[in-house]
Design a binder for this molecule. Structure first.
Ligand SMILES: *Cc1c(COP(=O)(O)O)cnc(C)c1O
Length: 347
């Protein structure tokens, strides 16, 4: 299918010129320069200056880590902002639609409503796989984006390369693959294939494997054409100075991140084994993420019982295809031990 960004970017956005901030106009900052351009307080405290609107340092580290040029990277205040920018750039309110595959991450639906964009929903299969034929069938001429969450939240599975390929190759709008949990997955990231697919957007985040949910840093990788549009509409200072500093520190010590991922994966395996032994758990869904979805006899009852013991999990029973399911995040050894003890107690 042929993809042309000019066919899908909103007309008002295509015409829009980016706001030029004071810091945009002077990129070649050197320590000797006197900055009297942005009405900042001149007394140094580490954050008295506006942050770099292009987040050059963070992007260079990510570019190194992922093997992509910096002009294929857009950063946001969490993935949530990145996803919102994608809606605002490409979906005409009240006219366009996006395709969601529930049960999946709730933010796609929330952002779609917020932007007054229609959603078409195609349920995943019973084992939470993409139903390719049914998904392609709902596409119409106003379909702009298909959201694929892989590994999927809340089911935990990653979709196969073949299934995703069929979607990406047979849709002339954008396919967003949300890879928030990719570092826990045995499947490969789609980043390496970005150059083959101009309609592909991959989002990742520092909130999960990188252990930085508190700094709010989401990442979007796409063609430089798509990234150029998103950069043009993003708020100039959307990633604050403290976030940029902490992200750079963390990205510079990726081996620590890898060590933690390894520990979480070990714990996930142990937890899966222990959960098999709980009598009221009737199904344990295979996980490619840092959480495990299980089916129980009575999700509301088990949720309350665990809460009484001070253990907070996620009850997913109201989600489509998720009746009587609970989602456990993989914690530390001691947290997981407490979870298992509590589950044994309430049997
Ligand atoms: C947790 C999560 C995110 C992360 O969102 P941030 O705004 O970056 O914290 C994104 N997508 C999915 C599917 C998630 O579960």
């Amino acid at each position: 299918m042929s993809f042309d960004i000019n066919n899908i970017v909103r007309t008002n956005i295509a015409k829009l010129k980016a706001y030029s901030s004071a810091r945009d106009e002077f990129e070649e900052a050197t320590a000797q320069m006197v900055f009297l351009d942005a009405n900042e307080n001149p007394f140094q405290n580490g954050v008295n200056r506006y942050p770099d609107p292009k987040q050059k340092g963070v992007k260079e580290l990510l570019a190194d880590l992922k093997g992509l040029p910096t002009n294929q990277i857009l950063l946001g205040n969490g993935s949530d902002e990145v996803l919102d920018l994608i809606f605002r750039a490409f979906c005409e309110p009240k006219e366009d639609n996006v395709i969601l595959l529930p049960p999946t991450y709730g933010m796609y639906g929330v952002l779609s409503e917020l932007n007054n964009v229609q959603t078409k929903e195609v349920l995943l299969s019973e084992n939470f796989d993409i139903r390719v034929k049914e998904t392609l069938e709902v596409i119409d001429e106003r379909s702009k984006i298909i959201f694929l969450c892989s590994p999927n939240n809340p089911s935990g599975n990653a979709f196969s390369e073949e299934k995703i390929k069929e979607i990406v190759e047979n849709f002339s709008g954008l396919v967003v693959i949300d890879e928030a949990y990719i570092d826990f997955s045995s499947q490969e990231s789609w980043l390496e294939k970005l150059d083959n697919y101009p309609n592909l957007i991959v989002t990742q985040t520092l909130s999960k494997a990188f252990g930085m949910a508190g700094i709010r840093l989401g990442v979007c990788y796409a063609s430089c054409e798509v990234v150029e549009v998103l950069n043009r509409i993003k708020p100039p200072y959307n990633v604050n100075e403290l976030t940029q500093q902490r992200a750079k520190e963390r990205l510079s010590s990726f081996s620590e991140v890898e060590k933690e991922i390894g520990l979480i994966l070990e714990e996930r395996k142990k937890l899966e084994e222990k959960l098999q032994g709980i009598s009221f758990i009737s199904n344990l869904y295979p996980s490619d993420a840092n959480f495990i979805l299980v089916k129980v006899d009575d999700a509301n009852k088990r949720y309350d019982q665990l809460l009484e013991k001070g253990i907070v999990i996620r009850n997913r029973t109201t989600q489509p295809l998720c009746e009587n399911t609970l989602r456990f995040t993989v914690g530390t050894l001691s947290e997981n031990t407490k979870l298992i003890a509590a589950l044994n107690d309430i049997e």
